[in-house]
Design a protein around this ligand. Sequence first.
Ligand code: URA
Length: 235
Amino acid sequence: MSVRLQKFLAQAGFCSRRKAEEYIRAGRVRVAGRVVDEPWFGVVTGQEVRVDDRVLRLESKVYLLLNKPAGYVTTMSDPQGRPTVTELLGAVKERVYPVGRLDFDTEGALILTNDGDFADRILHPRNEVPRTYQVRVKGYPEKILIAKLRRGVDIEGHRTSPARINKIAVNASGSIWEVIIHEGRKRQVRLMFAAIGHPVIHLRRVAYGGLGLGRLAAGRFRHLNPADLAAIIRG
Ligand code: URA
C-alpha cells in the first residue's frame, strides 16, 4: 500500500497539506534516505519519512477543543518567549497543532488536531465553516456602520465576505455583538471594527462551526468525538 508523500506529512500531523508541499518542494523531505521533491511520490508502508532530522510516524488521529485564555499564542513556539497553547495540553502525547489562529489577546474555541486533512477541510473558505465571536467594542456603532460590516469592509486591501452581526447588549462603556464570519484572516474581527471606528475591547470565539464551548472552563480542553466533528462541519 502507498500514500502520497504530501498526504503522509499531513496525516502524520506534521503540518497541513498546503505546507507539506512547501517542505517537499524545498528538498527538506527524505523517503528511505533519499530526498524526494515530488508531493505526489508514493510512500510504501514501512519506508522511513524524514523532514530535516525528524522521523514522521502515522499516529492515531486526535481532535481537541481548547478554551484558550488570553495571554497565549497559537503558534507552536514564540520568538518572544510567550506561553503557547500547547503548554495547556498536559498529557496529550500526539503532536497536535491549532486549526487556524487566535490572537494572543483573544479567548475561546480553538480546535487542535494532528489530522491535516480535517484541518484543511474546515479552514478552506469554500466550505464556509462559520466562526462565531462575542465582541465587546468601544462605543455603540450606528446602524449604518453595522450594515457596512455586514456587507463587507476593506481591510488591508481585501474586502471581507458578508458577516452576520447581532446586537447582544449595550451599556455605558460600550456594546457587545455576536459576529459570525466564514473567513479567518489575521486579526479580522479587530480590523473590521477598527475600520468603522469602534475598536475591540474584548474578543472571544464562542463556537467553531456548530460546536460551542459549552461548559468548558478557560484553559481547559476536551477530546472531540465523531458527533462533535460532524457538528463543526455542519456549521
Ligand atoms: N479575529 C480577530 O481579530 N482575532 C482573532 O483572534 C480571531 C478573529
